[in-house]
Write a protein that binds this ligand. Structure first.
Ligand code: NDP
Length: 623
């Protein structure tokens, strides 16, 4: 039995006035009809509560914020001092720690709430979890650690293993404090030290602090009435309950689900990855869909050790530069990664060139936007055609088609997800953009239809758009008692996304206000690590007690970011999601929080290398 519900409005029909034929797809796209369909689908999903629709895990769900993987062992509190404290043991903290060690700064302490390093890859152990970015560029420091990825795209256990490898290789475990949640970070201006308080009673002094607390880690729940009343089993994907489902993160069958009716709420990137295993192993699987994801080709394959051995030293930097260049519309002789990410941007780039080839065409923002739109329409047609080609039941296929521009939501890539709907026990419950209506003791209601379930899995994502303090669980208090939340009340203000006026000796690590290369987060982090190590080394060599960005330099950087036109994610026609403030207008604050260097990531890293290379670190004051 399959029960999809979707309005059969098709935008592809005979050519009309604004139609144009695009390459790759043999159909003709009626652009007016397509735009109308996109807007209609968006309008169905707009809701007044926007981001407020989500719930924090409290009550019966409070345990979703705890660590189910590592037993907490009591220890005595610490009151010592370190040269650099690194808050967060994900790839941000690990790459910073590695770069510091390489620069000869060995007194480094990672402080991490989880029971091991790895960050997102420590917490997310759901079946099928993998990285959508090719391992050759996603896994940091491959040459330094001597690791060959097993596949083009690797699964979570290998990524977690690589995080541990970096920690071991660079001796970062020796001084680390794991299962330790920072509760506050306070600047002592007289002593020129940060004081780090933790839930273990520690009060650690640090000369420098690097903060890599990550953007997507605090689980959120859908605000569905009655969610607390469900009497069956329930968990969030980021705390997968293998005791209940059976199986393990390496892919062993979820044997305990063989007699269970399982419901999963949400169809984002996480759900797309775990549904194939759930479809295979559950007696029945009900997928409650509000908005379908776009599912492009994965094309994964094993990496050949003989080929890998032929790569010459310096290969990873070459791959990184190649990927970032092609991913952001630049040119290169070859596409080394060659996947869905580079395909998206190469199409836009080539379309700009093709449009310019038309007689009388000029390069203007309008030609650029037109190229964006044309290539996006073409890509999304292919993605919708792929659904038809794979999903056997026509009504289910119809409901799985995404009607929005590809970058309105996180693009997904998978070769088993759509196929899962051909499993006889897998039922797509499409809510036509409205979401699940309510939950009761025995299951889920959509309209007047009740679905009785043994287990509900929430694939509802992570907090976005809330304050950094709320997401990371601690406040940062700078000079004169000003908090980071206050400093950023009107949006993030920094230089390079890293230096904040009033918060000396603090380095914030993340993509925002720097390169902002979202398709390969770790490259942002590794470059940040190099920068931090250079600055700390310089400060130590100079005997500087304080390093701080001037108010003027911070303001100038923010002004530069504001001049950027790289703001596609704010497209008002987008269907709502966390990429676009859940459909609420993208105000100045939201744009600042998601901004990046106007000339793009490759130019940014070149600029940053030059900036570091001068040794004067323009905009920073060393005291
Ligand atoms: P998302 O926030 O992307 O998805 C949440 C899902 O829950 C959406 O499908 C949403 O629908 C749905 N939802 C919310 N409320 C309701 C409701 N009331 N009824 C029905 N459905 C509802 O979370 P994910 O965990 O999937 O992904 C989060 C991010 O993590 C990704 O975007 C990606 O950046 C990252 N990730 C990265 C991976 C990688 O390869 N590196 C792998 C997996 C995740 P709607 O779309 O309508 O809002």
């Amino acid at each position: 039995m399959r029960r999809p519900v979707t309005p059969p409005v098709l935008p592809i029909r005979s050519p009309v006035s604004r139609s144009r034929t695009v390459s790759h797809v043999t159909t003709t796209i009626d652009k007016d009809a397509l735009r109308a369909r996109y807007r209609a689908e968006r309008d169905k999903r707009l809701r007044p509560d926007g981001n407020e629709q989500y719930l924090q895990p409290t009550g019966r769900f409070a345990h979703l914020l705890e660590d189910p993987y590592t037993e907490r062992v009591e220890r005595e509190p610490l009151f010592d001092e370190v040269t650099v404290a690194v808050i967060g043991g994900g790839f941000s903290g690990l790459t910073t720690g590695a770069r510091l060690q390489q620069a000869g700064i060995t007194d480094v302490r990672i402080i991490e709430g989880g029971g091991d390093v790895g960050g997102a890859w420590y917490w997310n152990r759901y079946p099928g979890a993998m990285c959508d970015t090719a391992a050759m560029v996603y896994l940091p420091l491959l040459e330094e650690t001597g690791h060959m990825p097993s596949m083009k795209y690797v699964y979570a256990p290998e990524i977690f293993g690589h995080a541990r490898r970096i920690a071991t290789h660079f001796g970062l475990y020796d001084n680390a404090l794991l299962s330790t949640q920072v509760t506050s970070l306070e600047w002592d201006d007289d002593a020129s030290r940060w004081i780090i308080h933790t839930d273990r009673g520690d009060a650690i002094r640090a000369r420098f602090v690097s903060m890599g607390t990550g953007p997507l880690h605090r689980p959120k729940l859908p605000g569905i009435p009655g969610i607390e009343s469900f009497a069956g089993h329930a968990f969030h994907t980021s705390r997968w309950d293998y005791d209940y489902t059976g199986g393990d993160p390496s892919g062993a069958p979820l044997a305990n689900l063989a007699d269970k009716r399982v419901g999963i709420i949400g169809t984002g990137a996480t759900s797309v990855q775990c549904i194939p295993a759930l479809a295979r192993d559950s007696r029945e699987l009900f997928v409650f869909q509000r908005t379908p994801s776009s599912i492009d080709v994965r094309n994964n394959h094993a990496i050949d050790p003989e080929w890998f051995a032929t790569l010459e030293p310096g290969w990873q930097q070459r791959w990184l530069t190649n990927f970032a260049t092609l991913q952001t519309g630049g040119f290169a002789d070859e596409d080394l990664v060659h996947d869905g990410w580079t395909d998206i941007s190469k199409r836009i780039r080539d379309r700009v060139i093709a449009n310019l080839g038309v007689e009388g065409a000029e390069f203007t923002p309008e030609t650029m936007l037109q190229a964006y739109e044309d290539s996006d329409d073409e890509k999304m047609e292919e993605i919708r055609a792929r659904v038809d080609a794979i999903v056997a039941d026509p009504a289910t296929a119809q409901a799985l088609k995404p009607w929005y521009r590809q970058l309105c939501k996180r693009p997904c890539f998978h070769d088993e997800y759509l196929q899962a709907y051909n499993e006889p026990g897998t039922i797509l419950v499409d809510t036509d953009g409205k979401g699940v209506d309510r939950i009761d003791e025995t299951g889920v209601w959509v309209g007047d239809q009740h679905y009785e379930l043994d287990c509900i899995i929430f694939a509802s994502g992570f907090e976005v758009g809330t304050t950094a303090a709320r997401r990371s669980g601690f406040e940062t208090i700078g000079r004169n008692g000003e908090t980071l939340t206050e400093h950023w009340a009107e949006g993030m203000h920094s230089k390079h996304g890293m230096h904040v006026h009033g918060f000396p000796n603090l380095f914030v690590v993340g993509p925002s206000q720097g390169a902002n290369l979202i398709s390969n987060i770790t490259q942002n982090l590794t470059e940040a690590g190099t920068t931090i190590a250079t600055i700390v080394n310089h400060a130590l060599a100079q005997g500087a007690e304080q390093v701080e960005v001037s108010a003027e330099a911070e303001a100038a950087w923010v002004q530069l970011l504001e001049s950027s036109t790289r703001a596609f994610m704010g497209n008002p026609d987008c269907t709502p999601g966390y990429y676009n403030n859940e459909g609420k207008p993208m105000g100045h604050k939201e744009r600042l929080n998601g901004s990046g260097y106007p000339a793009g990531p490759v130019a940014y890293w070149q600029y940053l290398a030059d900036w570091r290379g001068t040794g004067t670190f323009d905009g920073l004051e060393f005291r």
